[in-house]
Write a protein that binds this ligand. Structure first.
Ligand code: PNS
Length: 160
């Protein structure tokens, strides 16, 4: 049986915390789909296609591309994508109790909708304070985000 997991998120932009969780997921599953999903609750920095491109390059640079597919999803439920690709598992990174509180209702709804289970993975504690929103803010104000993002993202933010 091909065990497939989906790692969804805004990835606006991908951080070292995201890459940490993606790498752990890729060790646990045969195939991992990293899915860029539009989150209407957040104001976006990067267009979806750019987020996909930066994820692809970061995953390649990290040497973990073997069983990882990067895709995007903007129409319909996240679980519809899971059903389309035959995935029964979503993976979410959990940094704190705040993440648990935010993720738990979505995990239960996704299970009720399509029997898709959510597995929570703990990142390296060194990445527990890293978030895309912090990266967006520090970058917009001219600060150094190199400790928090892959090189591809750092270079992209320097150029724009
Ligand atoms: O990186 P983010 O912004 O925390 O990711 C949140 C995301 C995109 C994974 C979340 O908003 C989501 O799951 N959206 C899919 C919409 C959906 O299917 N909703 C119904 C069930 S929860």
């Amino acid at each position: 049986m091909n065990r497939i997991a989906v790692v969804p998120g805004s990835f606006d932009p991908v951080t070292l915390g995201h890459l940490d969780v993606i790498e752990r997921a890729a060790r646990l599953f045969d195939e991992v789909h990293v899915l860029v999903v539009h989150n209407p609750d957040k104001s976006a920095l990067l267009p979806i296609a750019q987020r996909v491109a930066l994820l692809e390059r970061s995953i390649e640079d990290a040497g973990i591309a073997g069983n990882i597919v990067v895709a995007s999803w903007s129409v319909g439920l996240l679980v519809d994508y899971c059903t389309d690709v035959g995935a029964h598992v979503l993976i979410k990174g959990i940094r704190s109790q705040i993440d648990v509180a935010y993720e738990t209702p979505m995990a239960i709804v996704n299970r009720n909708l399509a029997a898709v289970e959510t597995i929570f993975l703990l990142p390296n504690p060194a990445n527990a304070h890293v978030s895309s929103s912090l990266v967006r803010q520090v970058s917009a104000l001219g600060g150094d985000v190199s400790p928090y993002v892959p090189t591809a993202v750092y270079e992209y933010l320097q150029e724009t």
